[in-house]
Ligand binder design. Structure first.
Ligand SMILES: Nc1ncnc2c1ncn2[C@@H]1O[C@H](COP(=O)(O)OP(=O)(O)OP(=O)(O)O)[C@@H](O)[C@H]1O
Length: 245
């Protein structure tokens, strides 16, 4: 087991948000976390990233308890912004440079520029790139962290539908190459179906895991996705019911 989340409870302003939340993620697994708006998905990622301490509960990576900020997690928060006054190369190597490893970080980044569709833009500034390219650059910055678990909070949320679909196709191709355990928060049911090995649906107030959909081993394609109306309806129903409560 790569990641174990055990009995996490969170209360904000006397309101219980997460109640005994438990979930496991296997090594190399890509899990999509979906749930009604405000149910606590970002809160869970903030706990894993160590920027928020839960009231109770524990997080284990490879069986070892993790407390506070840990180098085991690479976190791409919602609206992960590039610094407009820095080049793309400087932006994506930010963490390496902060740790005094500028040269190694640049070497590692330059190797990935073609993979991330950014070749030729190393010395460009963020406003010279399209929205999709900026998002790939922010993603590359996260992927370059030498952490073994990636936490992605709505990485394509700000993109138009066409660019978003292109980014999903690109991430599906890249997934095997990255080989990284990933927890993706998304509002987009199709994105979850298309990208994930497993979908975890959070529901209820306070939130806990209400449904898990195992898609391990499914050969994903857009044609496969278009045929998933039953699963799509089921997830919609769960989300709608939870919202109505
Ligand atoms: N620091 C905080 N102080 C008080 N309340 C908070 C805090 N952070 C989050 N909340 C509340 O906790 C609830 C869960 O927030 P969270 O952002 O985790 O939900 P979410 O599922 O990620 O939402 P969305 O899908 O809209 O991004 C919301 O009601 C939010 O207003």
């Amino acid at each position: 087991m790569k990641l174990q989340i055990k009995n996490i409870c969170v209360t904000f302003e006397q309101k219980r948000i997460l109640e005994n939340l438990c979930m496991d993620v296997q090594d190399g697994e890509f899990v999509a976390l979906i749930g009604p708006s405000g149910c606590g998905k970002s809160t869970l990622l903030n706990i894993l990233a160590g920027v928020l301490t839960p009231e109770s509960g524990e997080v284990f990576v490879d069986g070892t308890p993790v407390h506070g900020v840990s180098s085991r997690f690479a976190y791409m928060p919602q609206n992960d912004l590039l610094l407009p006054w820095k080049t793309i190369l400087d932006n994506v190597t930010l963490y390496g440079r902060l740790h005094g490893q500028k040269k190694q970080a640049q070497e590692a980044a330059l190797k990935e520029f073609p993979v991330f569709g950014l070749q030729g833009y190393e010395h460009a500034y963020p406003d010279e790139l399209s929205g999709g390219m900026r998002q790939r650059a922010a993603f590359l910055r996260t992927a370059l962290c030498s952490a073994d678990i990636m936490l992605l909070d709505e990485p394509f949320g700000a993109l138009d539908v066409i660019t978003r679909n292109e980014m999903q196709d690109w991430l599906l191709r890249l997934r095997a190459e990255l080989g990284r355990t990933t927890l993706l928060v998304t509002h987009d049911i199709d994105e979850a179906l298309y990208l994930a090995d497993r979908i975890v649906v959070l529901g209820g107030r306070p939130a806990s895991v209400t449904r898990e959909i195992d898609l391990t081993g499914v050969q994903k394609s857009r044609d496969w996705l278009y045929e998933q109306s039953d699963l799509r309806k089921e997830i919609h129903r769960i989300l709608r019911n939870e919202i109505d409560h």
